[in-house]
Design a protein around this ligand. Structure first.
Ligand SMILES: [Zn+2]
Length: 312
């Protein structure tokens, strides 16, 4: 019982990894999610993926299969309460995969899985308390306290992206206004960049991009040579710092790890962020400093973390 399966369900593909307590990868693969073909088809794909990954391994060696799934997850009972992108509602996912693969299965939210993966094998491995914040289409993440995943009541907590940083601000998909995610996601950054370009036709950014080709990289690429780009990035980082500091002031982790597309900017993002965090950190930086770092595991974080659900 020294090998573990980690499964990360995404909108398009399901990633799987066979690993051990040290994060050694024995095998990894992926299959299409096929959620549009129904839960049956998706579970069939996941079962096939698991069977393939453990093909050359004695089943007795497998401690279990952890699954990270988007949406609202009842981790205690292994149920997907609601996952809009996967068309799932009150679906007994853990039980279904257990039946098909005859392995113990645990389930958690995909963002929580990624946080656990980074905490155990990635940028947080030297710290007991860490927070992962992913800057993608939305803002997600997870919280690790004393080495353990903190899921909140009925495992429905840590929706970091839906804490408000601007009261009565921009309308969010969750129904609130001014959510962190409306200002700090990659999608928000692209919106902010387009708006800034439209507001200044002389911006250098027009030389390389138009409104259809702008990405989250655009304002960073022009940061040093275009004031409009600089203002977009500075404002974005200011919003990001605000949301991160709210998390820090509640949980006071030793490290905040940034994942998702925008985190690819590396030090162009983490350095100015660290400066703001240090300046505004409650009680200053002497007693309990907080490091801002880029996450390390990329798209594998979720699968690693899912496997880690069995590594207690
Ligand atoms: Zn929201």
């Amino acid at each position: 019982m020294n090998k573990y399966l980690g499964i990360d369900i995404g909108g398009m593909t399901v990633k799987g990894i066979l690993t051990d307590g040290n994060g050694k990868v024995f095998d990894e693969d992926s299959v299409p999610t096929d959620s549009d073909k129904g839960a049956e088809a998706m579970c069939g794909n996941i079962a096939k993926l698991i069977d393939k990954l453990i093909l050359s391994v004695d089943k007795k060696e497998i401690g279990g299969a952890g699954i990270g799934c988007p949406g609202l997850i009842d981790s205690k009972n292994g149920v997907v309460v609601f996952a809009g992108n996967l068309n799932l509602k009150n679906f007994q996912l853990a039980e279904e995969i257990e039946k098909r693969c005859r392995l113990k299965v645990k389930l958690t939210n995909d963002a929580n899985a990624a946080a656990l993966g980074e905490a155990r094998f990635g940028a947080g491995s030297e710290y007991a308390n860490s927070i992962l914040i992913t800057l993608g289409t939305g803002v997600g993440g997870g919280i690790i306290i004393n080495g353990k995943l903190f899921e909140g009541g009925k495992s429905a907590g840590t929706e970091i992206g839906h804490t408000v940083i601007v009261e009565n601000g921009l309308k969010c998909t969750c129904g609130r206004r001014g959510c962190f995610e409306r200002y700090a996601s990659a999608r928000a950054l692209i919106e902010q960049t387009k708006e800034a370009m439209e507001g200044n036709r002389n911006s250098e950014m027009w030389k390389g991009y138009d409104l259809n080709t702008v990405t989250g990289k655009t304002p960073f690429a022009y940061y040093d040579r275009d004031l409009t780009a600089k203002l977009v990035v500075d404002k974005y980082i200011s919003h990001l710092a605000c949301g991160i500091l709210n998390m820090i002031n509640v949980f006071r982790p030793e490290v905040v790890m940034l994942g998702g597309g925008v985190s690819e900017q590396g030090e162009a993002l983490t350095k100015p962020l660290q400066k703001i965090i240090d300046a505004e950190l409650f009680g200053g930086t002497d007693y309990a400093p907080v490091k801002i770092v880029k996450a390390q595991l990329g798209s594998r974080a979720g699968a690693f973390g899912a496997a880690a659900l069995f590594m207690e």
